[in-house]
Design a protein around this ligand. Structure first.
Ligand SMILES: [Ca+2]
Ligand SMILES: [Ca+2]
Length: 383
């Protein structure tokens, strides 16, 4: 398989005149994170850097807020700062946090050297001296090295200085398995039974973790892979009484695969009990879970769920990424509908400024090093 991939690469390079990737070579500053030259054809580069054209529900309109080729490599998770600004965690190479404004500008808030962050949230008042600090689920090493072997680093990033520090590496769960391989982190809503804790999902050992303001990190609950699934995105019911827990279905024959249509959003109480019936099923890789504000047109007040579909993270950086990424909405009757389709690997969602920002990491490229700023952000508004 690897040989075939390499051969295909050679054919691509030979098919049209090879050039040094423009704008990504040594003429940029050291901080721009690209170790090249990597010779690819202009045709291949253009294909990799194409922003997919999306389809939206009839009541919605979509525009590209941040195109590829700007700054974003893997903008995994989003946090809404205010009605004009988002923060994005990007685990490309050594990692960064970006501030994205609705006028399309992107500014680097934190240039991370060691622990590349991908999921993030901002500590609420109940976190005392840490309130306002970014907490992130991060890789233990840059370049995603050891992503599924080394425990996730939970880092705290000061948005004022960009400095990060490690709160903990996720400890082993009760079965003695380390918490690694992602995915999400969300603070419990203030005043709810989940308050005062940062909630984290880890895929490797299908375990939920909590972190308290005193930096105590501990395993909270390990999901049953067959009955419940592998945990992904985290949200909360509007009344704060249930966690909305996105799970992917992993077949016993191959725990590294997930089943399209087998993903669900489970409802979990703060004591860890999971309701017998899910909120919704029919998903694949449920990522961010976000509630639309009442003013969001025909879909005001509905839950939106990102779904990356296949991650394609074992592909080379020059291979096409499937356009199987979607954003769903759940109507008042609990039915799932496609709101946006044709994306690649959408994860982050953020409602602000009358619309919905969707971040897409595009190629994930765990094979070799991350070479292209192919991430992008769409902005979807009611018509
Ligand atoms: Ca995908
Ligand atoms: Ca990418």
């Amino acid at each position: 398989m690897e040989i075939l991939k390499s051969l295909r690469g050679v054919v691509l390079f030979a098919a049209s005149c090879a050039v040094v990737t423009p704008g990504l070579a040594e003429n940029r500053g050291e901080e721009d994170w690209v170790e090249l030259p990597l010779s690819v054809s202009r045709e291949t580069l253009a294909k990799v850097m194409t922003v997919p054209t999306v389809s939206v529900a009839p009541d919605l309109a979509a525009r590209v807020l941040v195109p590829t080729g700007r700054d974003l490599f893997d903008p995994f998770d989003l946090h809404v700062v205010d009605q004009q600004r988002l923060w994005a965690a990007d685990d490309a190479r050594s990692g960064a946090v970006y501030e994205i404004a609705l006028d399309g500008t992107v500014k680097r808030l934190a240039a991370i050297k060691q622990h590349a962050p991908y999921a993030l949230d901002v500590a609420p008042k109940s976190f005392g001296k840490h309130a306002g600090q970014i907490y992130a689920v991060s890789f233990a090493k840059p370049e995603k090295a050891g992503g599924w072997e080394l425990p996730n680093a939970i880092t705290r990033i000061d948005p004022a200085t960009g400095q990060d520090s490690v709160v903990c590496y996720l400890p082993k769960n009760d079965a003695g398995v380390a918490g690694s391989g992602g995915f999400f982190a969300r603070f419990g809503p203030e005043g709810s039974p989940f308050a005062g804790r940062l909630w984290i999902t880890a895929a490797s050992n299908h375990t939920l973790y909590t972190i308290t303001p005193d930096d105590e990190c501990k395993a909270f609950k390990t999901l049953d892979l067959d009955r419940e699934g592998s945990p992904r995105g985290i949200g909360f019911a509007r009344d704060g009484q249930r966690m909305l827990l996105g799970v992917a279905a992993v077949p016993p024959a191959n725990r590294n695969k997930t089943i399209p249509g087998g993903g669900r959003v489970l409802l979990m109480a703060a004591d860890g009990r999971i309701d017998p019936a899910p909120l919704v099923g029919g998903l694949h890789e449920p990522g961010a879970l976000a509630w639309a504000p009442a003013a969001f047109g025909a879909y005001g007040g509905q839950l939106f769920i990102s779904d990356a579909g296949e991650w394609n993270n074992d592909t080379e950086a020059t291979e096409a990424i499937a356009r199987d990424g979607k954003v769903y909405r759940v109507d008042a009757a609990g039915r799932l509908h496609e709101a946006v389709s044709g994306l690649a690997n959408p994860v982050g969602l953020g409602f602000l400024g009358g619309g919905l920002a969707i971040s897409d990491i595009n190629g994930d490229f765990h094979v070799g090093t991350q070479k292209f700023a192919d991430g992008f952000v769409y902005f979807v508004t009611p018509r």
